[in-house]
Design a protein around this ligand. Structure first.
Ligand SMILES: Cc1cc2nc3c(=O)[nH]c(=O)nc-3n(C[C@H](O)[C@H](O)[C@H](O)COP(=O)(O)OP(=O)(O)OC[C@H]3O[C@@H](n4cnc5c(N)ncnc54)[C@H](O)[C@@H]3O)c2cc1C
Length: 415
């Protein structure tokens, strides 16, 4: 006879833990088990945010918050009204974790250490009586509806089968087939996963040797697509990164995948600035100065300026008053419409996520219960919900995990 639980949560990540704690706290005595296929739980929390864990984003307004999710934005507005950023902050505060906000809105534990979040979730799960089994991978799920038992039987990779009245799938991004195939067994049609939040590989003399140089307010556009973003752009050893590039990779995750990450990127290092007018003025104001010696714009560092001036064919001796029109135009082009050939992508080390997963219209977004198989629930990245970088992906895990956990507790109480 299989061991029987009230709720089994498949996946010991952020969403799984949050749902487990919520359910067990809301209905003390509920028998909740988290099964995790790997040897350790909360591994992504550990490495998240460069080891600091960007828990959420300082954006209490649900509608605005939802606008940061390229997939799932409309579906998340309602859930964020029920459990949003302020609820997350209060939840962690109540368990002794203080969060701080950085100038760009990202929120981290004041310790700047993801272990704080892991310890908090682990202690809360323990206190609520949640049982955790690692190295327990789920192979298959079978809904059972008999006179004796209504629920699910889980076939494990290595252990005996388990039974649960309710099951929650929190297996994370569906890039590996496991989570998607479990969802398919329950009648769902997961959208094929592709990466989101990556950086662009570019080999180009204009940015060669400039790794670490950034421009605070730039904009970027993918030629041939309706994809434009703005924000900081960072030059790396491999090409371009920074919030504007990561946002572009998120909003264009599907289109860029379809192009096999080979496309032309147009960068405006100086959006909103009239470069020709400035050049015109400098011809008189700085007439005797060499063009290359000082950046004409505060936003452009000396190193980037020198590189662009050199690439425009302007030699070191050339003075502003003598700058040929063609070269001045070339420099203006490199500053405001610089074309870069992107050839491939690299993983962003601070945060990445998959686009795709269980479509939100296949679940009831008030409870995150399956519309295909009642009694089964979803939370976190397994859903076709993903945000740009900045704490949005964990907020999705907290919001969906919380609502599913509450709904399961009340369903269990009703029967
Ligand atoms: C390097 C990195 C840094 C990140 N930093 C941030 C950040 O700072 N802020 C932010 O908001 N987001 C960040 N993210 C994204 C965020 O980590 C994820 O969106 C979030 O962890 C998703 O939570 P989840 O619980 O849905 O899935 P996961 O955290 O992926 O957890 C799923 C768990 O399910 C287990 N599992 C899978 N299949 C099975 C199975 N068949 N049986 C049993 N267990 C199974 C997996 O082993 C895993 O432990 C980062 C991601 C990465 C990769």
């Amino acid at each position: 006879m299989s061991e029987t639980w009230d709720l089994i949560i498949i996946g010991g990540g952020a969403a799984g833990f949050y749902a487990a704690i919520t359910c067990a706290e809301a209905r003390p005595g509920t028998r909740v088990l988290i099964v995790e296929k790997s040897a350790r739980v909360l591994q992504k929390v550990k490495i998240s945010g460069g080891g600091r864990c960007n828990v959420t984003h300082d954006c209490p307004d649900p509608k605005r918050m939802a606008s940061f999710y390229p997939r799932g934005n409309r579906a998340l507005i309602g859930p964020l009204h029920h459990f949003g950023v302020l609820d997350t902050i209060r939840w962690f505060n109540a368990r002794g974790v203080q969060l701080k906000t950085e100038s760009d809105g990202r929120m981290f534990p004041t310790t700047d250490d993801s272990t704080t979040i892991i310890d908090c979730l682990s202690a809360a799960a323990d206190k609520a009586g949640v049982e955790i089994r690692t190295s327990h991978g789920v192979k298959d799920i079978t809904p059972i509806d008999s006179a004796a038992f209504t629920g699910f039987e889980l076939t494990m990779h290595r252990q005996e089968p388990l039974r649960a009245r309710k099951v929650l799938l929190a297996t994370g991004g569906t890039r590996t087939a496991a989570g998607a195939s479990l969802a398919r067994t329950l009648g769902h049609n997961p959208i094929p996963a592709v990466p989101s939040l990556f950086t662009f590989n570019i080999e180009d003399a204009r940015i060669d040797g400039l790794a670490g140089v950034s421009v605070e307010h730039a904009s970027a556009r993918v030629q041939g697509e309706k994809l434009t973003t703005d924000g900081p752009i960072l030059i790396t050893h491999w090409g371009l990164s920074g919030p504007a590039i990561l946002k572009l990779s998120a909003w264009g995750a599907r289109e860029l995948h379809a192009r096999d990450y080979s496309f032309t990127l147009e960068v405006n290092w100086l959006p909103g600035i009239n470069v020709s007018e400035r050049f015109h003025k400098l011809r008189t104001d700085w007439g005797k100065r060499q063009v290359s010696t000082r950046s004409a714009f505060d936003a452009i560092s000396k190193r980037l300026w020198e590189s662009l001036v050199g690439a425009a064919g302007i030699d070191g001796e050339c003075r502003w008053a003598e700058l040929p029109k063609a070269k001045s135009n070339k420099l203006a082009e490199y500053l405001t419409r610089a074309e870069f050939g992107v050839a491939g992508k690299s993983t962003n080390k601070d945060e990445f996520v998959t686009c795709g997963g269980v479509p939100t219209d296949e679940v009831d977004t008030r409870t995150f219960e399956s519309r295909k198989t009642p009694g089964a629930y979803f939370a976190g990245e397994i859903l076709n919900i993903d945000g740009v970088t900045g704490g949005f992906n964990f907020q999705n895990a907290w919001t969906t995990g919380h609502l599913a956990g509450m709904a399961i507790a009340s369903e269990l109480a009703a029967k």
